[in-house]
Design a protein around this ligand. Sequence first.
Ligand SMILES: [Zn+2]
Length: 215
Amino acid sequence: MNKKQKKSPMLKYTIKDFQRDFTDDNTCLEWLKNYRWPNGIYCENEGRITKHHLMNTRKSYSCQECGNHVHPTAGTIYHKSTTPLTTWFYTAYLMAQTRGGISAKQIERETGVTYKTAWRICNRIRKMLDEDQDPFVGTVEVDESYFGGKKKGGKRGRGSENKIPVVGMVQRKGELKAVAVPDTKSDTVLPIIDNRVKKGTKVYTDEYPIYNRLK
Ligand SMILES: [Zn+2]
């Protein structure tokens, strides 16, 4: 793969690719799990990242050590929906491809859901995409934190093991955006801030050196 292709994967990602990658609800769930927990799932009971196995009947993953259940759809637009995840994902895929230019009628025809369901799905995905694209303005504070309990005898803060780093952005007197990140390197963190904070915004950070590179 050359560099150019790497930079614009959406253009190369065809409907055939989609059908190969998302064959059933389990592959969709697996994708969602990996998207939400790229470093693995942190178990509160064990105080570390543990192996989790798919529970086929419950749309959840269960901790190998203690059996605790984790639902990747919790807090997302897919939660408690009776519509198959494949239908949600396919609709989201088409919407991204066409920049929102698909109709509920088309989704009804292609996936077999009722028009009412198709309309609702389209609406919720569109709303989710809109919210994502609504960047912060004004004055914003940025800091990273770590999700997960304190490990006994372990280090705290940056560099701690078995914790999931989270970049938080707070608009003064406003909303919080929090994004789980695979690490706190500048190449990871800076693009996230860039995407979610409008240019020209005053950004307050602590003295972690990577922030010096924020324009
Ligand atoms: Zn556990």
